[in-house]
Design a binder for this molecule. Structure first.
Ligand code: NAP
Length: 482
């Protein structure tokens, strides 16, 4: 475990994959560079197939089993350690992901809440009692349920929330008492490894958690396919998620996949609120949230006024050096992704769309981009654009808005801006998504509320701390004469 304080501006972090707390020594290193200026931020010693098998063995061999109170204490201690090191963690997130420092600090707050809520759940009883004498055919017995940990779970996480996505899998697993092997994104491994080290420091028995970086076949795919693994919890792209669904075999699979969320602005909406939600939803985290606003659907009668105000608002989202506290939009994850987004905009423009603001790219920096007159079948409307793009489309009535909203393959979340309760209820009932937020961004949640999508966004199995803890357990029942 590393002891030195983080100052990623001066130091290069030298971290390693960890098998039950022990460093691997493959001699192969992953270089992690800043998406903003390309400087080397850190290196990670990579794992090979034998390390993957060793990590599985370590978890299965087990060790000291923690009581509920001990699990609570580890997560609570990790929470306080994270607060103490907020700035160090924020700097690592910014350095390796290009997310601006204010977003990185915000993310620490979210991960703190995940640890808080997971620790609280450890202290709650999770059993139920069913009296059996409640029907004519019943009798005097009681059935009791209890939750048992899985023998091993695998967590695979994406780059866009380098800490929070990891916390959302690890903390519930540990609260449930389930050992877990983490495979974080190779684009943001430093934050993830630092978080694992922090959990060891908080008192977690090391067999409970390993973290592996390595080539896809020898690590991620080997873990997904390992028969010893009871659960794969994956957050990432649709393509990889569907591949996991095909290859995982006989085990539980949780898939939290891509999104293409709308913010729907009705004719009666408070326009100031709508403009603010659209900008926050589209541009926060460089637009790289699964629940970012990726389509702004506006009633045609207010579209002109909305667009005028939205363009002014979007100008406040200054784009630049992620380490500068005044920057509101850092880079996307790499130059290739920024070029992809640029191409998506160009394609829409070639079909008649107009860029009203932004659109310029420098390396991995892409200015927040406001686009109108986008055809309904343009790539940026139909597919997920993971970046600060804000296409505005118009609709003529509520039927049209619902049809347009439901017209993509995705079904993660949504936001509706209206003051009309009847209309709000129609959207809640008729949008084919996992979440409908009225007068909020699609991404609004608290860390323990159920979260997850349907259609290509997921299988409808929810995460969020409380639901995730359930996933990381089996329910056992026993019955007794009573
Ligand atoms: P990604 O390319 O699918 O990668 C996600 C993770 O999967 C990474 O750790 C990656 O490892 C790993 N991986 C790659 N190939 C694999 C394979 N064959 N088998 C098993 N694992 C494999 O996703 P991303 O680009 O990092 O993240 C962006 C996507 O995540 C977006 O689509 C976004 O919407 C989605 N997302 C969804 C949610 C949600 O809750 N629904 C939340 C956040 C993000 P390497 O890094 O080593 O390739």
């Amino acid at each position: 475990m590393k002891e030195e304080k983080l100052s990623v501006n001066e130091n290069i972090l030298k971290l390693t994959s960890l098998i039950g707390g022990k460093p691997v020594s493959s001699g192969k290193q992953l270089a992690v560079t800043s998406p903003y200026d390309g400087r080397l931020v850190g290196t990670v010693e990579m794992a090979g197939l034998s390390d993957t098998l060793a990590a599985i063995d370590t978890a299965l061999k087990g060790g000291r089993v923690l009581t509920r109170y001990e699990r609570y204490s580890v997560l609570d201690k990790a929470r306080t350690l994270l607060l103490e090191r907020k700035e160090e963690f924020a700097q690592v997130i910014t350095a390796e992901s290009g997310l601006c420092i204010t977003e990185a600090r915000y993310e620490i707050g979210r991960a703190h809440d995940v640890l808080l809520f997971a620790s609280m759940e450890c202290l709650k009883d999770d059993g139920q009692v069913f009296s059996c004498d409640i029907s004519p055919s019943g009798k005097q017995r009681k059935i009791f349920s209890l939750r048992e940990p899985l023998k091993l779970a695998v967590a695979i996480t994406p780059f866009n929330h380098p800490l929070n996505q990891v916390a959302h899998k690890i903390a519930p697993a540990l609260a449930a008492g389930t050992p877990v092997i983490l495979k974080p994104s190779e684009k943001t491994p430093l934050t993830a490894i630092r978080f694992v080290e922090l959990l060891y420091e908080a008192g977690l028995p090391t067999y409970m958690l390993s973290v592996l970086l390595g080539d896809t076949k020898n690590v991620a795919e080997a873990l997904v396919q390992a028969p010893e693994v009871d659960l794969v919890s994956f957050t990432g792209s649709v393509a990889v998620g569907k591949r996991i669904a095909q290859t995982a075999g006989y085990k539980k699979v949780i898939l939290e996949l891509g999104g293409n969320d709308p913010l729907i602005v009705l004719e009666d909406a408070n326009l100031d609120l709508a403009v603010q939600l659209a900008a926050e939803g589209a541009f926060r985290n460089s637009g790289q949230r699964c629940t970012a606003v990726k389509r702004i659907l506006v009633h045609e009668n207010i579209a002109e006024e909305f667009t005028k105000r939205f363009v002014e608002k979007a100008k406040e989202y200054t784009c630049g050096d992620p380490a500068d506290p005044k920057t509101k939009v850092g880079t996307v994850i790499d130059e290739q992704s920024a070029k992809y987004l640029e191409d998506v905009v160009d394609k829409a423009v070639s079909r008649g769309a107009k860029v009203l603001l932004g659109g310029k790219r420098t390396g991995a920096l892409l200015e927040p981009t406001v686009i109108v007159d986008v055809p309904r079948d343009a790539q940026m409307v139909v597919q997920e654009s993971f970046g600060p793009l804000a296409p505005i489309l118009t609709f003529k009535d509520i039927d049209d808005a619902i049809a347009l909203s439901n017209s993509t393959a995705f079904g993660l979340s949504s936001g509706v801006v209206t003051n009309n309760m009847e209309h709000a209820i129609r959207f809640v009932k008729e949008l084919k998504v996992g979440t409908v937020n009225i007068n909020e961004v699609p991404g609004y949640r608290i860390e323990n509320s159920p979260f997850g999508g349907i259609k290509d966004s997921g299988l409808g199995i929810k995460e969020g701390v409380i639901e995730a803890i359930k996933c990381f357990t089996y329910v056992k029942t026993f019955s007794m004469p009573w």
